[in-house]
Design a binder for this molecule. Sequence first.
Ligand SMILES: [Zn+2]
Length: 199
Amino acid sequence: MATDTVYSREDIKYMKAALKQAEKALAIGEVPIGAVIVENGRIIGRGYNRRNTDHTTLAHAEITAIRKANKKVGDWRLEGCTLYVTLEPCQMCAGALVQSRIDRVVIGAPSYKSGCGGTLLNILQNEEFNHQVEMETGVMQEECTAILQRFFKELRHRNKMRKKAAAQATAPDAADAPLYEDAAQATAPDASSDQSSFD
Ligand SMILES: [Zn+2]
């Protein structure tokens, strides 16, 4: 298994910045995935998953980072740039990255549900397309995986407590109104729909 020591200090530094973005997603109850885009040693775009918050399929970390970097450079092309992302890009993001003509993509954890940087497909390096992306994988993989595991563990715990509270509320002689309210609050828009995937 690869360790951090084989990666450059620069790659570690910017993956840490991507993890910081993932923490922002975690703080608002979203699946914690973060990304940054770097050009000449400068971060020109940041993004984190906001799918549930913004109610849009498009609010993946990479798409937001691309949009911000495009705005910063005043060009749809991101030639000469590197994207750092905590989780392997999905088919949508990998496609957008190829379209952006970005030079390089650095990935933290693999995605077994939707990874298109080589796990399920390798859209980033498909020879049939007009652009291929240089790729590095496994940078700070442990940290990038740990934050996702923490999120899903807490989500499972919340769901379990919610079910327990709901069962108690509906049981005969236990129509405990405050308890039921707690159960309802627990269903507030978190990422309950994301239980089985973190693309
Ligand atoms: Zn994506």
